[in-house]
Design a protein around this ligand. Structure first.
Ligand code: AMP
Ligand code: GLY
Length: 424
């Protein structure tokens, strides 16, 4: 089979790495891919939201399966584009429909869905220009900190957590009236602050059956001790040490099953991953958010723990075989540490030469912001490399990742030295 993977991050490199091991895999194309994917796939240049280009690529290269990594093309309706095109409709596209994409693309939609299906989440109310006058009263009725969320996609930056009531009132107006996050913040969800520890849950579903993948925990803040600005993710580990059987069974009964049933009841077409961002508050799970894709950097620790033929699994979706395949998950723990460009998540420079990669085992080093030029890798983004290792426990895995990192270098390379700090 020929496969097209859409996206350019560590997530997509990890996906390509898994798919490439399958006997069913003939050739992989990546749009646009990165320096690492180039070693396993043919990188094609172009925009992930250019559906006409994706159509041309798919037909020209006789693609049978398209894996959509990032949320943008999903929320923009790439699934519906394929299914409504006579030439593309039989291609297996791993992505949910545009309607299901609203679970990530609109926080207001996701909150209504959770309310309708009794899925535990923070109490909330949604505001826009129409009811902005009522927002002050609502904020006054809550206790700090105040959580303000832009309704639409905002590249992980649309959530503000504010201690001061007056500042919350001002920021709400900045979001709605001054369009602080563009059209994403014409609606704002204000919600109760939940105090607990977060974890990421991944479900693969074809809208009929589903499988729960390994859980993971990611580290979003740039600074050690979870300080400073939010990033795309600075590291992750899988499994999650505090996820015991009793907590897992609560997550299944209160969250996973009602979510999948809700998707089926709403007749949403779904052929892909549901990423449920969870928080554990006093032994109870709550949903912080839904995403309609795999997480990054979580994929870099989840996929290496799956022993299945991933292409066979994905190819079986929508057929009875999907239900028959049992997930085979390694006992080993996986940890990844992200190397980022100095300055990230604010402004940073690209074009730095990466050294040391030839001196270490590269098997689980996933590239994110890199390009390959004359046999050297050059930095090309904020998040540059995901250095993953596996071992009997996550501390040993981290030790191996950090010892590899000691050998890697580029000008102003930065990373967190304390991934997993809160679990020791
Ligand atoms: P989201 O984009 O909804 O995942 O929010 C980004 C981050 O903000 C989450 O990973 C949490 O760390 C934090 N967050 C979001 N909503 C809440 C909440 N209701 N209570 C506490 N923290 C939250
Ligand atoms: N690691 C969080 C995300 O992918 O959104």
């Amino acid at each position: 089979m020929n496969i097209l993977v859409i996206g350019s991050g560590g997530r997509e490199h990890a996906i390509i790495n898994s798919i490439s091991k399958s006997n069913k895999c003939s050739k992989i194309f990546a749009l646009p891919g990165n320096g690492g994917t180039e070693l396993l796939a043919e990188n094609l240049s172009g925009d992930v939201n250019d559906f006409e280009l994706i159509k041309k690529i798919s037909l020209k290269n006789k693609i049978s399966l398209v894996f959509v990594g990032p949320e943008d093309p999903i929320v923009n309706g790439i699934y519906d584009f394929f299914k409504s095109d006579p030439q593309l409709k039989d291609i297996n596209i791993i992505a949910p429909s545009k309607q299901a994409g609203l679970l990530e693309g609109s926080k207001d939609f996701a909150k209504d869905f959770m309310q309708k299906y009794n899925i535990p989440t923070a109490k909330h109310k949604t505001f826009s220009i129409e009811n902005i006058d009522e927002a002050d009263k609502f904020l006054e009725s809550m206790s700090p900190p105040y959580v303000l969320k832009a309704d639409g996609l905002a590249a992980g930056k649309g959530v503000l957590i504010i201690q001061d009531l007056n500042e919350a009132k001002v920021e709400l107006r900045r979001m709605i009236i001054e369009k602080k996050f563009g059209n994403s913040s014409t609606k704002v969800v204000i919600e109760e602050f939940l105090d607990g520890i977060e974890l990421s849950c991944f479900v693969l579903t074809d809208g009929i059956n589903y499988k729960v993948l390994p859980f993971a925990k990611d580290y979003k803040k740039i600074g050690e001790g979870d300080s400073g600005l939010n990033t795309g993710g600075m590291g992750a580990i899988s499994p999650v040490p505090f996820l015991d059987d009793s907590f897992l069974s609560k997550i299944k009964s209160k969250i996973i099953i009602p979510t999948v049933n809700g998707i089926i009841k709403e007749k949403m077409q779904y052929n892909g991953f549901i990423f449920i961002g969870l928080i554990k508050v006093k032994d109870e799970p709550y949903v912080i958010e839904y995403n309609v894709r795999m997480g990054d950097p979580e994929t870099e620790v989840v996929f290496p723990r799956l022993n299945n033929d991933m292409l066979e699994l994905l190819d079986s979706m929508g057929t009875p075989k999907f239900n028959d395949i049992k997930l085979s998950i390694t006992e080993n723990h996986a940890a990844t540490v992200i190397l980022v460009s100095g300055g990230y998540p604010e402004s940073y420079q690209k074009g730095k030469t990466i050294t040391g990669l030839n001196d270490i085992s590269n098997e689980l080093i996933f590239h994110a912001g890199t390009i390959k030029k004359d046999n050297t890798f050059i930095t090309n983004g904020g998040r540059v490399l995901a250095v993953t290792s596996t071992a009997k426990d996550f501390k040993k895995a981290l030790k191996t990742s950090y010892s590899k990192i000691d050998k890697i270098n580029f000008d102003r390379m930065n990373y967190r030295n304390d991934i997993g700090f809160d679990l020791l």
